[in-house]
Design a protein around this ligand. Structure first.
Ligand code: NIG
Ligand code: FE
Length: 405
């Protein structure tokens, strides 16, 4: 069916950054056929139906390119300890932090994981998110990592959202491998990766946490060599709490994304730009962990590193699931402009997931995923806190959500 989405202000978020104040979009089923000024709709494009958008803003559906929404339980007790002064790293060294969520996630069935995770994805969807990346990483044994990935895939079936999965087996060292991180990485490389490769369709990318409290640059290097040999793109959590050389390893393996990067340097930024890697900003984790070290935004800008913005939704450093709060924080705390933030949740986020050709932009041939906003200016995206101006979500050309705002 051919649909004309009429009378909208359209932000294309393509490389040109074009905006049509009196714009329109034409879709053919799940794809975009045409985008432009309403007065210039080609006469040959006769729509079967017209959806009147009454001057609202229309953007690509938002893309949350870094989440850990699949897990069981919560860590409110740790939050209380952290606000009283204990650090995230100290809690991790005591066997809490990620390992605490590993215990509750291992104990949860697939149904239980879905029951707890679906509302988090729903709340992203309400905010205009049409694509979400979901990581494993709270299993740290083959069966639980697999169950998390199955849950992520099931969420993509049950809810009108495109799910991209990352295998994050290298998120923390499981307790039974204490002092044997190399053995754990060997197991992942020689056993788990080939098994996941045989079971096609569960893993889209391979991720790692490169940090003093997690895995070294050399271990991530080994993991990425094994992953890329099996055909997977890689990405990693790098330089969040200190600089241990993660971005250089990411750049070496042409990582789709390097995430966090608070402690990245100017030369890291240069490496990322040469590798075409997206720098994913996670301001909610920065805010919650309250480490004052800011990511080198100016170096990313001057080296032309594309910046994405994501929620990092997880039970430790970013409890909840709000991309709009991340957008606000990226502006207020990291100093990104409203245009940078919008690009960061659309075309650059698509690039971080390897979806640049089809998602995150409004252009002919792209998937017809949109968000419609009851706002006067684009500056209102990443401005509101705790008020959600998203009034419609369209996925693959179909209206999947309408809100009265
Ligand atoms: O992206 N840095 C590692 N992973 C998460 C935190 C996970 C957790 O604390 O449960 C992050 O911030
Ligand atoms: Fe993360």
């Amino acid at each position: 069916m051919r649909t004309l989405w009429a009378n909208a202000s359209v932000a294309t978020c393509d490389d040109s950054g074009r905006v049509f104040a009196r714009g329109a979009v034409v879709t053919d089923d799940e794809r975009i056929a045409w985008v432009g000024d309403e007065s210039e709709i080609p006469t040959g494009l006769r729509p079967d139906r017209v959806i009147e958008l009454a001057g609202r803003w229309l953007t690509p559906g938002l893309i949350d390119c870094h989440t850990h929404v699949v897990y069981a339980g919560q860590r409110a007790g740790e939050f209380a300890r952290r606000t009283a002064g204990t650090s995230y790293a100290d809690i991790a060294r005591e066997g809490g932090g990620i390992l605490s969520t590993v215990r509750s996630t291992r104990a949860a069935s697939l149904d239980e994981l879905l029951r707890q995770s679906a509302p988090r994805v729903q709340s992203l969807l309400q905010e205009g998110v049409t694509t979400v990346e979901i990581k494993s990483g709270y299993g740290l044994d083959y069966e639980t990592e697999r169950r998390m990935l199955l849950a992520a895939r099931a969420l993509g079936q049950q809810l009108p959202v495109t799910v991209v999965t990352s295998l994050l087996a290298a998120h923390a060292l499981p307790e039974d491998f204490k002092d044997r991180a190399d053995d754990y990485i060997d197991l992942v490389c020689t056993s788990w990766l080939p098994r996941f490769a045989r079971e096609q369709g569960l893993v889209d990318m391979v991720d790692a946490y490169c940090e003093d409290i997690a895995f070294s640059a050399a271990q991530c290097d080994r993991l990425f060599a094994a992953a890329t040999a099996l055909g997977w793109p890689v990405r990693l959590h790098a330089e969040q709490l200190g600089n241990v050389g993660g971005s250089r390893v990411g750049a070496k393996h042409r990582a789709l994304a390097c995430d966090h990067l608070e402690y990245a340097t100017a030369s890291d930024a240069l490496e990322l730009s040469r590798a075409g890697t997206v720098a994913v900003m996670l301001p909610v984790a920065w805010y919650v962990l309250a480490d004052p070290h800011l990511p080198p935004i100016e170096h990313f800008r001057s080296h032309g590193v594309p910046m994405a913005v994501a929620s990092d939704a997880n039970p430790g450093s970013a409890p909840g699931a709000s991309l709009q709060i991340a957008m606000n924080m990226a502006r207020r705390l990291f100093g990104l402009t409203s245009v940078e933030v919008l690009d960061g949740v659309t075309r650059h986020a698509a690039r971080a997931l390897g979806l640049h050709d089809t998602h995150g932009r409004l252009a002919p041939g792209c998937v017809a995923d949109f968000a419609v906003w009851s706002i006067d200016t684009l500056d209102e995206l990443g401005y509101w806190i705790g008020y959600n101006p998203c009034s419609m979500v369209v996925r693959s050309g179909a209206i999947v959500l309408e809100r009265n705002v």
